[in-house]
Design a protein around this ligand. Structure first.
Ligand SMILES: [Zn+2]
Length: 228
């Protein structure tokens, strides 16, 4: 309660000086003094009560809107879910979960740019690193889909690093992707695949690059599309 006196004096100083002086000269100063302390104390206490009363329901409201949004989303009522989640996501009490689910709603409604914007927003403003990372991955994947490019690690024209190489017995028309490795003895080497292997997934297994065959996401086409 140490804060109380200064709060009272602050509140008092904000009162108009004119009635204060007129009260002094009417001899009612003592009466005014006690009345102003009582008033200030009341103002201060009601201010504190208002603040704490405001803080709790704000969080509850966010939770309620979030829960409502989840339920509506599960019922595939995306428009209504988005309305509840917009409210929940705009609150300081949201850690980013409501924001991500709002992005899902836009995605389901095929409003891809709005979904992407939403994921980007959470990737920057999310309250937990795990949520920020999740939003960032969703944004990257959706961005890739919107450009029609498979978000997987399959070989595709847009993969950086294609180069011309003189490979004995192989035609000159080919370009190559080099996958370097370091074996367990610390000896380096590289494997390479040409653009005849577009859409195939090259993954490192025990430190060595392995061709896993056609990419399961794009079925080896390197291209994807979103529902219209
Ligand atoms: Zn793919």
């Amino acid at each position: 309660m140490k804060v109380l006196p200064s709060q009272i004096s602050n509140l008092e100083s904000s009162l108009s000086a004119t009635p204060f002086f007129s009260l002094i000269f009417t001899g009612n100063i003592l009466k005014f003094f006690f009345r102003s302390i009582a008033l200030s104390l009341f103002s201060f206490l009601s201010f504190v009560v208002t603040l704490s009363a405001f803080a709790q329901p704000a969080k509850d409201d966010t939770n309620n809107n979030y829960r409502k949004g989840v339920k509506l989303f599960q019922e595939k009522k995306y428009q209504a879910a988005a309305a509840s989640l917009t409210v929940a996501a705009s609150s300081q009490a949201d850690d980013g979960e409501a924001g991500i689910l709002l992005g899902y709603c836009y995605y389901e409604m095929h409003q891809y740019q709005k979904a992407l914007d939403q994921y980007m927003k959470v990737s920057e403003a999310g309250k937990r690193i795990s949520i920020k990372n999740r939003a960032q991955r969703l944004a990257a994947t959706l961005d890739s889909y919107m450009r029609g490019i498979c978000p997987g690690n399959c070989l595709k024209p847009s993969t950086p690093g294609w180069r011309k190489m003189a490979v004995p017995g192989k035609p000159d028309r080919l370009v190559w992707m080099v996958f370097p490795y370091l074996d367990q003895a610390g000896k380096g080497g590289s494997e390479y695949w040409s653009n005849d292997h577009m859409g195939e997934l090259i993954e490192y297994v025990n430190g060595r690059p392995v061709n896993k065959g056609p990419c399961p996401i794009c079925s080896g086409s390197g291209k994807v599309s979103l529902p219209k």
